[in-house]
Design a protein around this ligand. Structure first.
Ligand code: FAD
Length: 308
């Protein structure tokens, strides 16, 4: 079985989510990577070094510069004659490309897999992660997105794959207008080892930053938020952790003034150690917490930050 994995890249580097997708793909068969972009020779070389990769296919064309799904999907489909499965990380871009590939191939997509049970059988979360479904696909070509936190990252070094050029064209369906990318000195949420997240209890944007940021600074942590905090404008959208936000699994997740609604837990309950700070000892967050502090966050967090 040969598997084509779409490589997500940023600033000339292969993103971590791709490495998890590679690990999933190696459990299916021979792994070929697709690097699509403009001026991506360096990315292709980096991709060829990833352990377990047999071949790197490169689509180097201005049409692929911004990973527009309308251009990438037909290019993937053109390569699927020689592949049995297409795998993408379950990131915003991966989730934009893979369903189009599935539709063009007229197959069912298996989304957000947590494990590969066999060549056609996978597990995936349902009901906001409250149950795990085992799904079997009878489609001849599989289209799969991979939950990054569920698979170890393939090693960036150790492979020596062949690099092969392919061609593709602008589908003429969309054009790139612009991107507003949030800039932050902090670690990116999906790859941060430590995350400090704030909830509605912070009460205002000013208090959110005054309480959460110093603790995150001390811990070298990424900053997250509940949807309630985001909706109230205390934190930007890209901070949101949960079912409709980012799925994270850091070594340490500190939930400050977050109740622990299932939609929030869906995004962070696989964190290795969960620390919860909440004044309500019955808050559901304590059911998943390894360490719980019951009390007023406005007192506890500055005290904790001061002692670190
Ligand atoms: C379809 C759908 C998708 C959703 N997706 C997401 C998602 O992706 N992410 C997400 O987070 N939510 C999501 N939600 C919303 C979710 O249901 C909750 O409403 C939200 O998570 C609540 O956020 P919160 O815990 O910050 O607020 P609250 O539930 O209001 O909890 C605030 C907590 O702070 C505590 N507290 C108050 N004051 C203090 C203090 N001084 N010191 C210490 N503790 C204090 C309270 O005891 C309480 O437990 C979704 C909902 C739906 C319907």
């Amino acid at each position: 079985m040969s598997v084509l994995v779409w490589v997500e890249q940023e600033a000339g580097a292969v993103k971590d989510a791709t490495l998890s997708a590679v690990t999933a793909a190696t459990q299916l068969g021979e792994v070929h990577l697709l690097v699509a972009g403009s001026g991506v020779a360096g990315v292709a070389e980096a991709a060829a070094k990833i352990a377990g990769v047999a071949k790197v296919v490169v689509l180097d064309d201005a049409a692929f510069e911004h990973a527009l799904a309308e251009n990438v999907a037909p290019a993937v489909v053109a390569l699927m004659g020689g592949h049995d499965a297409f795998v993408a990380p379950a990131t915003s871009n991966g989730k934009n490309i893979a369903p189009r590939v599935a539709a063009l191939l007229d197959v069912m997509q298996v989304s957000d897999i947590l494990s590969v049970e066999s060549a056609d059988t996978f597990t995936r979360p349902i009901y906001a992660g409250n149950a795990i479904a085992t799904v079997q696909s009878s489609d001849a070509k599989k289209v799969i997105t991979v939950r990054g936190t569920a698979f170890e990252k393939a090693a960036r070094e150790g492979g020596s794959a062949a690099i092969e050029a392919a061609s593709g064209a602008d589908a003429g369906l969309s054009s790139f207008v612009g991107a507003e990318i949030a800039k932050s000195e902090r670690p990116e949420l999906t790859s941060a080892r430590v995350i400090v997240s704030g909830g509605r209890a912070l009460g205002s944007e000013e208090q959110f930053h005054a309480v959460i940021d110093p603790l995150a600074d001390k811990l070298g942590a990424g900053v997250g938020a509940s949807r309630a905090a985001v909706d109230a404008g205390y934190a930007p959208n890209d901070y949101q952790v949960g079912q409709t936000g980012k799925i994270v699994a850091p070594d340490v997740y500190v939930a400050v003034g977050i109740s622990g609604a299932i939609q929030h837990l869906a995004g962070m309950k696989d964190s290795k150690t969960i620390v919860a700070i909440n004044k309500d000892e019955d808050a559901p967050i304590f059911q998943v917490a390894d360490i719980g502090l019951v009390g007023d966050l406005f007192q506890i967090v500055p005290e904790l930050t001061g002692k670190l």
